[in-house]
Design a protein around this ligand. Structure first.
Ligand SMILES: [Zn+2]
Length: 435
């Protein structure tokens, strides 16, 4: 039995089916793809009209009937959906037929925006996302037997045994080794070198900045490796990142783009000339400011129709030379990726603070709506929070954990009514004013 089938049985998904389908549809002509999308869109709109109170209301108010959807362009009849609208109408996004939808899971998302939203998805959505992900592995030339090394932010504190065990089993099945990118002890560096030398690693998965720092250290010590592919996410992948990765790891880099609410949206092919949108599952529109409007064709438990996620992107005018006709994102402009710098020389990604606040359960206990950490001076951080005030105990805990990482910083806490967005509408979880 292959691994994908095994994971399907354990997790109740059907990734294999989607993967087999997407292997074929990646060669669709533009017309075939539009027909494919339209079919899914009609079903989604019908479901929303019948079952999702928010959409029933919107459609009645705007005089839209499911039978009015006869082309992708008809999507424009729908108003734009924002995170704020979802938060204000949260209850109305529960489908009346929720009990019939399989494998509904709720989790929090903030992603690069730091603005907390509770999202749901169902087994169908996850299977479709993972099916497209598996196809991306084909593009990178990575097979099921190839081992991968994941180097990114882990959880700050230990998790429950059940989750740890589930992660452990999943990693075993997926042939994956994980090292926490926040762990900068010398023995961890030696461990990484030994993994890369002896464990037959074929794929590295990481954030560009974290992997870049690691690659610089490896280069200084004249290490060179021969790996099949580098896969990056969450932050802009710059030409200098690609160059150094090629030099140190001997591999080409493959970027991907997604957001917390919708999941993976676009992946780079082996022509390295942009990211192909998974049009089988997402319709991507953009407004005159190059901001993305996303329609998730799979998610019936939390339907997103024309969702504005505040990211900006530019598109390629030409078809990709790989022969696939799907639209190509040239560049994603709006991914916030600020770092804070400790007085001890440590660099911390915003995701560290995200994990810190959730792993200590302070974010949930204090009903955080938003938070933001501002580095005002090299040795001074301001923690801004929107929610119930922090207790002294919370402050002592956070201060000691941050100092452990960043050195003896001065840290102040302030409870805010709201935290403003940037001009582009982006909410930034960390801001470094010292740069
Ligand atoms: Zn291509």
């Amino acid at each position: 039995m292959n691994k994908t089938k095994l994971i399907d049985i354990i997790s109740g998904k059907n990734i294999s089916e989607y993967y087999e389908l997407y292997k074929k549809t990646q060669w669709n002509s533009k017309e075939e793809m539009e027909e494919f999308q339209l079919n899914k869109l009609k079903k989604l709109v019908e479901h929303c009209y019948q079952n999702v109170p928010y959409y029933t209301e919107i459609m009645k108010n705007n005089d839209i009937r499911p039978s009015d959807i006869n082309s992708i362009k008809d999507l424009e009849k729908f108003p734009i959906l924002t995170k704020e609208i979802i938060k204000e109408n949260y209850e109305k996004f529960y489908p009346l037929n929720q009990a019939k939808l399989k494998g509904v899971k709720t989790s929090q998302t903030g992603g690069t925006t730091g603005n907390i939203l509770y999202k749901r998805n169902d087994a169908q959505t996850r299977s479709s996302v993972w099916g497209s992900y598996k196809r991306f592995y084909d593009w990178m030339g990575i097979g099921e037997k190839d081992r991968d090394f994941s180097y990114w932010g882990g959880h700050v504190l230990g998790h429950g045994l059940k989750q740890t065990l589930a992660e452990f089993v999943a990693r075993k099945i997926k042939n994956s080794i994980f090292i926490n990118a926040y762990d900068t002890r010398p023995e961890t560096f030696s461990n990484i070198v030994s993994i890369l030398n002896n464990q037959n690693i074929q794929l590295i998965r990481s954030y560009p900045q974290a992997l870049y720092s690691l690659a610089l250290k490896l280069k200084q010590k004249n290490y060179k490796f021969s790996i099949k592919a580098i896969m990056t996410t969450s932050e802009p992948l710059m030409p200098q990142h690609r160059e150094l990765f090629k030099e140190v790891f001997g591999a080409e880099s493959y970027d991907q783009y997604g957001c917390g609410e919708i999941g993976a949206i676009a992946y780079e092919c082996n022509q390295h000339d942009g990211l192909h949108i998974t049009e089988e599952r997402v319709i991507v529109e953009s407004n005159d400011k190059h901001e993305l409007l996303l329609t998730d064709l799979d998610n019936y438990t939390m339907p997103y129709i024309r969702y504005w996620n505040a990211d900006q992107a530019t598109f390629s005018e030409q078809e990709c030379s790989c022969g696939r006709k799907s639209r190509v994102i040239k560049q994603v402009l709006g991914r916030t990726c600020d770092y804070l710098n400790g007085i001890n020389g440590e660099t911390l990604h915003w995701a560290y603070f995200w994990h810190l606040l959730f792993d200590t359960e302070i974010a949930t206990k204090r009903n955080f709506k938003k938070f933001q950490i501002v580095q005002k001076e090299p040795d001074y951080l301001l923690f801004r929070t929107v929610g119930d005030p922090l207790s002294n105990e919370d402050k002592v805990l956070l201060t000691s954990m941050v100092r452990e990482k960043m050195g003896n910083m001065k840290i102040e806490y302030i409870n805010e009514k709201d935290i403003e967005n940037t001009k582009s509408g982006k909410y930034r979880p960390v801001i470094n004013e010292t740069l």
